[in-house]
Design a protein around this ligand. Structure first.
Ligand SMILES: [Fe+2]
Length: 297
């Protein structure tokens, strides 16, 4: 039995007294159930090598290396280094990543199931992650809005639709031309049935969604902005403060998340791994969206 504690009334579970590198199958099964129930799961006090961190992540799904490959960990490309540290003037990791509400890999046809962060170095202040519960955000929509959006499909690509200036600290991390060329235009339902729990959630209405299939752009953007404002209200949001040794795992299908900016001179480092959903978990709507995407790209 693992020891679970609720982090907040909105979402989140904390586990103490487990070593992520030595979990039996039954202990991991309990952790996985807690992950889908809590949406954000924190394992405190971990001490993991890169290989151990990757092995733990792999139990949630297949890792997918990030498109920003210049900050992959030297020991394993599945790990992306998030850090504001510099050596001889050169950055040692990706700084200011994801400082706007988004869902990881929502710009890919098979999006992220889970993102795992391993906290190596915590800044003196800030460096929190905000999580917004998208099951609750969907449930909290007025009935006419639910009916309006239930069958709509959003068009996604890499980026933050609200901050087009790539040099801004709150823009999506900028890509090289070669990395941009790898990024397709794809689609996802705005109301997505969770691939594991089956529960309806608003999906990636902030971040990578830039339009709605069959809707004029101005109308689509107005609706997406209205949904994003609703979905990120304080009543749906939990703010996570990291401790050194935390491993945090979150469910991208039922959450939006946002990093908070830190002082560039206040060192902080995290290792990140993102694992994808199983392809077999795609719903019929996803399959239709995939065929649409192949026609427009
Ligand atoms: Fe993210």
């Amino acid at each position: 039995m693992v020891n679970l504690q609720t982090l907040s009334p909105i979402l989140g579970l904390e586990i103490t007294g487990v070593d992520a590198s030595r979990l039996t199958e039954s202990a991991f099964a309990e952790i996985e159930r807690a992950f889908f129930r809590g949406q954000v799961l924190i394992l405190r006090g971990q001490k993991l090598s890169p290989a151990q961190f990757v092995s733990f992540a792999r139990r949630f799904g297949p890792p997918e290396p990030h498109v920003i490959d210049q900050f992959h960990h030297a020991a394993d490309p599945n790990i992306l280094i998030l850090s504001n540290r510099r050596k001889d003037g050169a950055p040692l990791g990706l700084a200011d990543a994801g400082t706007y509400f988004h869902s990881d890999y929502s710009y890919l046809q098979v999006p992220a199931r889970a993102t795992l962060l391993y906290s190596i170095e915590v800044p003196r202040s800030g460096g929190h992650t905000l999580f917004a519960n998208q099951y609750a955000a969907y449930d909290g929509l007025a009935e006419p809005m639910k009916r309006r959006v239930d069958s709509l499909v959003a068009i996604h690509h890499y980026g933050n639709r609200n901050v087009p200036d790539e040099m801004s600290r709150t823009a999506a991390s900028s890509l090289t031309d070669e990395q941009k060329a790898k990024m397709p235009l794809i689609t996802h339902p705005i109301v997505r049935s969770h691939p594991v729990t089956g529960r309806k959630a608003l999906y990636a209405v902030s971040g990578s969604s830039y339009g709605i299939v069959g809707m004029p752009d101005d109308e689509a953007l107005e609706l997406l902005d209205e949904l994003a404002a609703h979905a990120t209200q304080e009543r749906y949001v939990y703010r996570l403060a990291y401790r050194v040794g935390d491993v945090v795992v979150w469910d991208n299908a039922s959450l939006l998340h946002s990093a908070t900016l830190t002082d560039p001179d206040d060192p902080r480092t995290l290792w990140r791994i993102t694992v994808k959903e199983a392809e077999a978990g795609l719903s019929a709507v996803d399959v239709l969206a995939a065929s649409f995407a192949s026609r427009v790209s």
